[in-house]
Design a protein around this ligand. Sequence first.
Ligand code: IDP
Ligand code: MG
Length: 139
Amino acid sequence: MNGDLTFAIIKPNAVRTGKSGPILAMINEAGFEITGLKMIMLTTQQAENFYDEHRDKPFFEGLIEFMTSGPVIVMILRRENAVEEFRNLLGNTDPEKAEPGTIRKIYAISVRMNAVHGSESDESARREADFFFSDIERF
Ligand code: IDP
Ligand code: MG
C-alpha cells in the first residue's frame, strides 16, 4: 500500500515571482492537506545533502546555486497515494514534456527552474520531511 505523505518545495523561481499563492491553491484543489509549511533559505550544505543522489550529475552545481538563490517554501502534504498523486500534479521534470494543466507546465521556466519539487518514493518522502521538519512542526 502506498503512503499518504509526501514532501514538496516551492523553488526560488516561483517564490521570487509571486507564484507561491497560486501554487498552494492548486495543491489544495488537488486534494492535498498541508500539514507542515515554512519559508526558509537553504544553505549550500543543506541543498547538497538534500540532492545527494545527484552529486555526480553535470547539472548538480547549477542546481545547488539555483536552490540557494532565494527563499523556498518547504511543505509536508497528505492525501491518499500522496507521492504518485503529487508527481502527477507536478508533471515531467522538463516543462516542455509536462502535460497541460500541471504545475510545471504552468510555472516552470526551464528544466532547472521547474518551480516545485516532489518526493519520488515513500522512503524519500519520509527522509525529506525529516530533513526539514521537527516533530513539533507537523500537524
Ligand atoms: P525531479 O525533480 O522531477 O524528481 P530529478 O531528476 O530528481 O527531477 O532532478 C532534480 C532537479 O534537478 C530537477 O527538479 C531540476 O531542478 C534539476 N535538473 C534535473 N535535470 C536537469 C538538467 O538536465 N538540467 C538542469 N537541471 C536539471
Ligand atoms: Mg527527483
